[in-house]
Ligand binder design. Structure first.
Ligand code: Z5A
Length: 209
């Protein structure tokens, strides 16, 4: 049995990752592909507990180092218990955020050293990297406006517009560094146009089945 493909969805808050996850799952299943949908931080019982710690807006101040280590602790559990077993069984894994989010939020947003993130990435992931990353990109105000409709803010959503500008810039830098893997999707358009771009970006993976 051939190994499954690993697809990640990235972008700032409110750009439409969760909305399009469902669309992508349906698209892949239409092509008879068995899909596991998951998310980060999270995806296992322990990793979901870590997610709650990370998002809790009322916790004691979390240091930048603690935040980075919690993100990778959750990722380690997720890879071992969900991602690797699914890929080994030939399933495709569709993940709402992965390590590009760490480069964007902890690297760009928190200004942590990229070399530190790279070391943890190599330690926790070994050779595992996504086969395809769809980076949904929109001006920060657009995403914030969409996300605001939800009401209460978690610890990240309470950050400033300046923080999210740095996050966006770091994501775009990742896309420049890895143009083969990361496909930029213009998320500031009607949903049907966003989804046409997503299908175009995924076509080569599906065609090569
Ligand atoms: N984090 C981190 O710091 N480091 C890491 O390594 C990882 C994560 C992995 C949790 O992420 C936080 O973890 C995240 C970074 C941090 N914090 N932030 N911010 P999350 O993915 O759970 O949180 P999120 O980014 O806030 O997700 P979100 O706000 O749910 O955004 P979304 O999933 O991209 O958007 P959506 O829910 O699909 O859409 C938002 C609204 O827009 C909704 O009403 C849609 O109907 C609407 N929408 C979507 N697309 C369109 C279009 N095209 N037109 C009009 N309206 C649209």
């Amino acid at each position: 049995m051939s190994r499954g493909k690993f697809i990640t969805l990235e972008g700032g808050e409110g750009v439409g990752k969760t909305t399009n996850l469902v669309f992508i799952k349906d698209y892949l299943e239409h092509h008879k592909i068995s899909v596991v949908v998951t998310r980060e931080p999270g995806g296992t019982a322990l990793a979901e507990k870590i997610r709650l710690l990370l998002l809790d807006a009322h916790s004691e101040t979390i240091t930048e180092q603690a935040e980075l280590l919690l993100v990778f602790a959750a990722r380690s559990q997720h890879i071992k218990h969900v991602i690797e077993p699914a890929l080994a069984q030939g399933k495709w894994v569709l993940c709402d955020r992965f390590t590009d989010a760490t480069y964007a939020y902890q690297g760009g947003g928190r200004n942590m050293r990229i070399s530190t993130i790279e070391s943890l990435e190599n330690l926790v992931q070994g050779a595992l990297r996504p086969d395809l990353t769809l980076l949904l990109d929109a001006p920060v105000e657009v995403g914030m406006h969409r996300a605001k409709k939800r009401g209460s803010f978690d610890r990240f959503e309470a950050e400033t517009i300046n923080f999210f500008e740095h996050v966006r810039r770091a994501y775009l830098l990742q896309a420049e560094l890895y143009p083969e893997r990361i496909k930029l999707i213009r998320a500031n358009q009607p949903l049907s146009d966003v989804q046409n771009e997503i299908v175009d970006a995924m076509r080569f993976l599906v065609r090569n089945l």
